[in-house]
Design a protein around this ligand. Structure first.
Ligand code: ATP
Length: 251
């Protein structure tokens, strides 16, 4: 499935599971390389900080990719941004203009189209794996009123993707992801910063950064820096915001 010199990806498909991320996290000791787990139906998908990711069989694409790295866990800071770039560029190659919302979402027409949840674990250094990342991805293919009511927030579907051969869609996403993981391993986030900024959903827009619902910062979004912080131009000058568990909203 991958361009050389990408490693092979083991593919696993299940009909239904709670969370593909949790399944791969518990399988890590038994994995011997990059592994994809795709669920037709994911019943307890998770977002950041205990939030949930909703999906519906046939209308969503939900999968996780476990990837071993030669860098330690702290060297994976910024990985969600690199994954966002890979997904947005994969979708662009299929004629879908997806934009990146800091730190971990993809938007279409300003509404959430896909979410990324990365969980990491220490690896077996003796086997040359310093860490693992389990990269969970949920993409809305179709969006209907019932689903919008369940989500309770603006969300978008990419109906066009449903019309594609689903194997082609998955292969395109995996090729871009594998290439991005190999580049991240070698060069880290700096290799992706300009590409992220080129697809930034809120470039030059006034945004607020919320921490648990209360406003932490307000300013004009100016893109990310080489360690994945969001740069905000405020009346007090330029500040850099760490991802942590803050949320961004357009003003
Ligand atoms: P925020 O959107 O507040 O910045 P976040 O980006 O961290 O938070 P995640 O934790 O990545 O959000 O995703 C979970 C949130 O996404 C949920 O709280 C819900 O609001 C929303 N959501 C859940 N399922 C979907 C879906 N299928 N499509 C779009 N949005 C969804």
């Amino acid at each position: 499935l991958c361009h050389p010199p990408a490693r092979r990806i083991a593919l696993r498909f299940v009909d239904e599971t709670g969370s593909t991320n949790l399944d791969l996290l518990s399988a890590l000791p038994r994995l011997d390389g990059p592994t994809l787990l795709l669920a037709r139906s994911q019943t307890a998908g998770r977002g950041r900080a205990g939030r949930s990711w909703l999906s519906e069989p046939g209308k969503s694409l939900t999968f996780s990719l476990a990837w071993p790295f030669g860098r330690p866990v702290h060297g994976l800071v910024g990985l969600p941004l690199a994954v966002g770039v890979a997904l947005a560029e994969a979708l662009a190659s299929l004629s879908l203009d997806a934009r990146l919302k800091w730190p971990n979402d993809l938007l279409a027409d300003g509404r959430k189209l896909a979410g990324i949840l990365i969980e990491t674990a220490a690896g077996d250094g003796a086997a040359g794996r310093e860490s693992w990342a389990v990269i969970g991805i949920g993409i809305n293919l179709a969006m209907d009123a019932a689903m919008l009511a369940r989500i309770g927030r603006p969300a978008a579907g990419a109906d066009w993707l449903l019309e594609l051969d689903q194997d082609l869609l998955l292969a395109t996403l995996l090729n871009h992801l594998a290439e991005a993981m190999l580049l991240f391993e070698q060069r880290g986030l700096p290799a992706f910063t300009a590409r992220w900024n080129a697809r930034h959903a809120h470039a030059g827009r006034e945004v607020v950064i919320l921490d648990n619902g209360s406003v932490l910062h307000e300013g004009r979004a100016a893109g990310i820096d080489d360690i994945g912080r969001l740069l905000l131009d405020t009346p007090r000058g330029r500040i850099a915001v760490m991802a942590g568990d803050v949320s961004l909203r357009p003003k």
